[in-house]
Design a protein around this ligand. Structure first.
Ligand code: ADP
Length: 400
């Protein structure tokens, strides 16, 4: 039986991810992706009943066209439409306004608009998603929920979220650490609580979300107390194409001495740095894993990534204090890269964290499990599921 379904929407700048989820059964009935909106290679593909479907458009498309297509040609065709009871929207930035997911009202829309200055590529597009859904599914107008990537991190204390800048930049302009990947960190923390049989409100762990963008979060008593991404997702760990932490003076040097324009510098730091910048070859960790021992450039870049990650884990281990329940790996790299997990954990043995190589080799491709030795703090690999988390939050909020 289909019963109550949640429609989950994640609007990117030129893409849209969607799914239809039965929360009570934790079952994803439909998921799909539309991409390349701004050129003639635009398409939508989706998976239903384990069957993959695709339609090419050969024209420029937009979020409005795609949401109409999904509704009329997918949801109605596969008889999901009438069972959808609410819509969950992924919203990248909630500023300081949202500690939790919320029903979307006029006030919420205004706050999302206001937070657009910190996520100019995402928030305005996600507002378009909300507006279109209100038109296409008017009966669900008051059943739309905003789930913020930043909300989970709103529990951070001041010493974690304030930068040491003149305080007016926070007080007047709200420049501070907001973090990202909150939905993923929250999801894996909840799953860890179940696996370890430790109530969420006393669970202490470190969550490493390692994907194209990577962030790490210290979680105490089930709440985020520090995270590596900052005002934007550029800060923190070395990533696929982002530089992570660098001396901010490098930017002035590039600008003043190398005469590189500011928008070009931004592009270098976000799209041409990280593993891609260091190797000049790739940001794909599948390639990294296969070529680590064969190519010195790959080895060097990987060692820099591992150095950055292990330093963060060690410093967050101190923040957490005596009772440490787990380290969690998630995201495409965290879930699959045996090499990154092994080499990172190897550096942390002094903290009583030891990897079991046999278990580590076995846990990948969507498997969940422990990869530590018996004398170690538990190390968990948990596939993230941001869509399910968004659907769960949406379901819980509209049933309150
Ligand atoms: P996003 O941040 O875009 O959601 P993902 O979480 O899907 O990204 O992670 C993408 C990263 O995961 C890429 O660097 C990719 O190379 C890496 N990855 C995916 N599968 C594997 C694998 N089997 N082994 C190693 N790395 C992998």
């Amino acid at each position: 039986m289909l019963n109550k379904l949640i429609f989950v929407i994640n609007c990117g700048s030129s893409s849209l991810k969607f799914s239809v989820i039965n929360v009570q059964k934790k079952k994803i009935l439909l998921f799909g992706l539309a991409e390349n909106f701004n050129n003639k290679n635009s398409y939508i593909k989706w998976n239903i009943n384990n069957t993959q479907k695709k339609k090419n458009f050969y024209i420029k498309i937009n979020h409005k066209i795609i949401l109409n297509y999904i509704t009329n040609n997918i949801l109605k065709k596969y008889l999901l439409y009438n069972n959808i009871i609410a819509v969950g929207h992924r919203i990248v930035h909630g500023g300081e306004n949202f500690v939790n997911s919320v029903i979307i009202t006029k006030k919420v829309i205004e706050a999302i608009q206001k937070a657009s200055i910190f996520a100019p590529l995402h928030n305005p597009i996600q507002l378009i998603g909300i507006k279109e859904i209100t038109k296409i599914l008017p009966h669900l107008k008051n059943k739309q929920v905003a789930v913020f990537d930043t909300a989970f991190h709103q529990t951070m204390p001041e010493e974690s979220y304030l930068y040491a800048l003149p305080i007016k930049f926070y007080e007047k302009y709200k420049i501070r650490r907001y973090g990202a990947h909150g939905t993923s960190h929250k999801y894996v923390t909840q799953i860890a609580s179940k696996i370890l049989n430790i109530p969420l409100n006393i669970l202490n762990c470190i969550s490493c979300h390692l994907g194209n963008g990577s962030s790490i979060t210290a979680i105490k008593n089930g709440k985020s107390i520090d995270t590596s991404m900052g005002l934007t997702p550029l800060e923190g760990l070395v990533m696929g194409t982002r530089c992570g932490n660098i001396d901010p003076a490098i930017i002035f040097y590039m600008f003043n001495e190398l005469n590189i324009q500011i928008d070009k510098i931004y592009k270098i730091l976000t799209e041409k740095s990280g593993i891609l910048g260091l190797t000049n070859i790739t940001s794909d960790f599948r390639y990294i894993e296969n070529n680590y021992s064969k190519d010195n450039k790959i080895k060097r870049a990987t060692n820099i990534f591992i150095h950055s990650l292990s330093k963060y884990i060690a410093s967050y281990r101190i923040l957490i204090g005596k009772k440490m329940d787990a380290i969690i790996f998630t995201g495409g790299i965290g879930e699959n890269s045996v090499l990154i997990r092994k080499k990172t954990i190897k550096k942390l043995e002094v903290l009583n964290i030891f990897i079991d190589n046999k278990l580590n080799n076995e846990i990948k491709f969507g498997k969940t499990g422990l990869i530590n030795t018996i004398n170690s703090i538990p190390i968990l690999v948990i596939p993230t599921n941001e869509e399910l988390m968004i659907a769960q939050d949406t379901f819980n909020i509209i049933n309150r």
